[in-house]
Design a protein around this ligand. Structure first.
Ligand code: HEM
Ligand code: HEM
Length: 194
């Protein structure tokens, strides 16, 4: 369960891959959800689709905060595997920065989505079949500086930034494996030994 100087423990690996899997579902659902939101204005059938996708999107988006927060707590308590040998200083800094950005986005993205619906105050926030999730901020008028469009845009832009940061993260993981041929990917891979 514990991390060692050479391996991520099963708990840290589970947090990592559960989070990644949830993101892989939430993002496409988010895009389809917003497109059906626009279509439902002219097509009533789209309303039911939009509601179903919103339920999935909100529920998974709120649930992801659990592994993210637990993961951060666990990480602060635990030792982490050593950097692989042969990395120069700037590569270590880039790796750290990449991970810090990912953690910030893992909090900012769900919280900004939740905040957008909270300040809007007219749409339900779903959790499974329930629709009474309380807001994290008070309702504000539509044109307000910190109204829906402020947090809605923050949500959408953070996802674009997240896409770039994540692409770099995946390229780096593959670079370690295929070019550097070190254990970085294997020590995070489910069930693999370094
Ligand atoms: C890690 C968690 C989340 C991810 C990755 C995510 C991802 C996305 C994506 C890809 C979109 C489409 C953006 C676009 O059309 O430009 C979106 C839209 C949206 N999401 Fe999320 N979302 C997350 C969590 C949440 C949560 C927790 C809520 C609310 C409870 C939420 C509410 C919304 C809303 C209201 C929109 C429409 C924003 C707009 O375009 O005005 N999201 N999300
Ligand atoms: C949404 C998807 C993902 C997110 C949010 C994410 C996030 C993170 C974060 C925050 C860390 C830092 C762990 C720490 O030091 O506490 C990490 C480590 C890692 N990730 Fe990801 N990751 C994702 C997807 C992936 C994918 C698809 C791969 C493989 C292709 C991958 C490979 C790795 C590896 C190998 C490490 C360990 C790095 C090391 O040992 O120093 N990740 N990930």
């Amino acid at each position: 369960m514990n991390n060692t100087s050479t391996q991520w423990g099963w708990l840290a690996k589970s947090f990592h891959w559960v989070t990644a899997l949830m993101i892989a579902v939430i993002v496409p659902v988010g895009y389809v959800m917003t497109s059906t939101y626009e279509l439902q204005v002219t097509n009533q059938q789209m309303l039911a689709v939009n509601i179903a996708l919103s339920k999935i999107h909100h529920t998974l988006g709120l649930l992801i905060l659990i592994p993210v927060v637990l993961r951060l707590g666990w990480r602060l308590k635990q030792t982490t595997p050593d950097d692989p040998p042969g990395l120069v200083a700037y590569q270590r800094v880039l790796a750290k920065l990449n991970h810090v950005f990912l953690y910030v986005l893992l909090l900012l993205v769900p919280l900004s989505g939740w905040a957008a619906l909270s300040v809007f105050g007219e749409l339900p926030i779903y959790f499974f079949w329930m629709e009474g999730v309380p807001g994290i901020l008070p309702k504000l008028p539509l044109g307000h500086t910190f109204g829906y469009s402020f947090f809605g845009r923050m949500h959408a832009y953070a996802i674009y930034v997240g896409g770039v940061v994540l692409a770099l993260h995946i390229i780096a993981a593959l670079w370690h494996h295929a070019v550097k041929k070190d254990s970085v990917l294997r020590r995070m891979w489910p069930l693999a030994q370094p």
